[in-house]
Design a protein around this ligand. Structure first.
Ligand code: ZN
Length: 244
């Protein structure tokens, strides 16, 4: 009797595990391989051209974004700014400057919520889109989720609205928002840089003095190595043109 009971309990336990496992599988977020294959999310591209995309999140910041724009302009480098709508509203002059100097402006929500509903995300994206349009006369095409966190449902929704979702090269996360020191930011970028990389910096969300100082070293060094700095949409076109 005892044996039968133990056997039954074992069966129930295995059954539960199976059900749990299947559920987890059903709700799992599709991975990078899936989304790179569909082309709905981009992390980087493979190319033989010596190009990289510098990207800046969470701005504009009245002081640091202006400083970054000065450096970019000195080296004729183009970048992509994933702006937060409420910062863009307060610093519309900097949005216009980014646009006039040939940089790409992309959507990074309106209030930068770490957790929100899909309905609110859609509302925030639209709010930021309309704001950018009112300043530059063009709508952003790219969206980067807050902290790079996404769900399949979110991707389906934003893709349907016409956005391209952009992450960053995993080895090019400078973590500059932690203020790790100028040297560390420079080293993160230079040690593993490859053609087609998307490099992640922040121009807003705090004191970005280290980011500014790191860029003063990174840009001339990469230029010396023969790199050009293109926008994410330019990089995307290079991927589409590449038969590989
Ligand atoms: Zn952000």
């Amino acid at each position: 009797m005892k044996k039968i009971l133990t056997g039954l309990l074992c069966l129930i336990f295995v059954g539960l595990l199976l059900v749990l496992g299947l559920n987890l599988k059903a709700s799992a977020v599709k991975d990078r391989y899936h989304y790179e294959t569909t082309g709905e999310i981009m992390w980087e591209i493979k190319t033989n051209e010596k190009v990289v995309a510098l990207t800046f999140d969470d701005g504009p910041h009245p002081k640091h974004t202006a400083e970054i724009l000065d450096i970019l302009s000195n080296y004729n480098a183009k970048a992509t700014f994933f702006v937060v709508g409420e910062n863009a509203e307060k610093n519309s002059d900097l949005i216009l400057r980014e646009y006039n100097e040939g940089h790409e402006i992309a959507n990074h929500t309106y209030t930068h919520p770490l957790k929100t509903t899909l309905a609110n995300l859609e509302k925030e994206l639209k709010q930021t889109d309309e704001l950018i349009y009112s300043i530059t006369g063009t709508y952003p095409e790219l969206f980067r989720p807050v902290e790079g966190q996404y769900t399949d449902q979110m991707i389906q929704s934003v893709v349907k609205k016409g956005y391209k979702v952009v992450m960053w090269s995993w080895h090019q996360d400078t973590e500059d928002w932690k203020n790790p020191g100028v040297h560390r930011i420079v080293r993160t970028v230079l040690k593993g840089v490859k053609p087609g990389n998307i490099i992640l910096f922040h121009d807003g969300g705090g004191n970005r003095r280290q980011t500014v100082q790191a860029l003063e070293k990174i840009i001339p060094e990469l230029k010396k190595q023969g790199y050009e700095f293109v926008t994410v949409s330019e990089l995307r076109k290079m991927k589409d043109a590449d038969p590989k």
